[in-house]
Design a protein around this ligand. Structure first.
Ligand code: CA
Length: 280
């Protein structure tokens, strides 16, 4: 009996003994598709950007992931710390180093974390990396911000979305030789300030994409990233000028189509290229 009281008091004073058990684990699964078909590295896929393509990269960063309670409160999903998740930022990686994909064999298609106990009915998140974490060195930053392949420049930060497609027959250009890979690189542009000198970086076009799904059941549903919808209205067999594909250049003629389908311009709460779908 005399041992019970100190233990009880310790729990009260530290407020720690019961806390971990009260958090509710949540996983949010993402799948890459082309319409109704699964999309992956290593096999040609018809009907993306009007062509038969091989995927050569498919990765995106997300942060500020939240669930909405049944009574309408937005609650942060506290992400677990993993090689793909750190400090509230996660990398979704559909690239597995097979076929035309040549980066990292590991993939990550699931966000994992915890929320306070309760009933939840909605999901929201932001595509991109928040400042100032965006403007850090990829050689010294912790994972998942340490990938040179997802880095852009210190000023501009990370590629928020990196989708690369190799269309059969190559890519015609206004001048010069045909290209092989249509690049979709979304990131902040118009950035000023030198992070190497300790200056804050501000970008005239942050290009982060807020996403909101009012009805989402993490156990029964996936978030679909649909490449057929993303490139609807774009011909990935030709480039209109500027970077090969769209590297977020405000004047690149190949950007307005994918900007629209990403829900960036004009802004929409539910980007066309994302949807919720029942798990099979
Ligand atoms: Ca272009």
């Amino acid at each position: 009996m005399r041992h019970t009281l100190p233990l009880f008091l310790g729990c009260v004073l530290l407020s720690a003994c019961a806390a971990p058990a009260t958090e509710k684990p949540v996983s949010v699964d993402f799948v890459l598709k082309a319409g109704e078909r699964p999309a992956a590295c290593g096999a040609p896929i018809d009907g993306i950007g009007g062509r038969r393509v091989q995927i050569s990269d498919a990765r995106l960063y997300v942060h500020d992931i939240r669930l909405t309670t049944n009574d309408g409160r937005s609650v942060p999903l506290t992400l677990a710390e993993t090689p793909f998740q750190h400090d509230g930022i996660a990398l979704l990686d559909f690239e597995d180093a097979t076929g035309a994909c040549r980066s990292t064999p590991a993939t990550n298609t699931r966000l994992t974390g915890t929320v306070p106990p309760g009933a939840y009915s909605g999901l929201s998140f932001v595509i991109g990396v928040p400042a100032p974490a965006n403007h850090t060195s990829a050689t010294t930053a912790p994972a998942p911000l340490n990938l040179a392949a997802m880095g852009w420049s210190w000023q501009a930060g990370r590629k928020f979305i990196k989708i690369e497609l190799d269309p059969e027959g190559g890519i015609t250009r206004p001048a010069g030789r045909p290209g092989a890979t249509w690049h979709l690189h979304l990131g902040s542009t118009g950035c000023e300030g030198d992070p190497v000198q300790g200056e804050a970086v501000t970008c005239s076009r942050p290009n982060r994409i807020p996403v909101q799904f009012p009805a989402f059941d993490p156990q029964g549903q996936n978030v679909v990233v649909d490449l057929a919808v993303l490139f609807d209205g774009t011909d990935v067999g030709r480039d209109g000028g500027g970077a090969l594909g769209c590297m977020s250049g405000p004047d690149d003629p190949d950007c307005p189509g994918v900007f629209r389908q990403m829900g960036l311009t004009p802004p929409t709460a539910q980007p066309p290229f994302l949807r919720i779908e029942a798990k099979k």
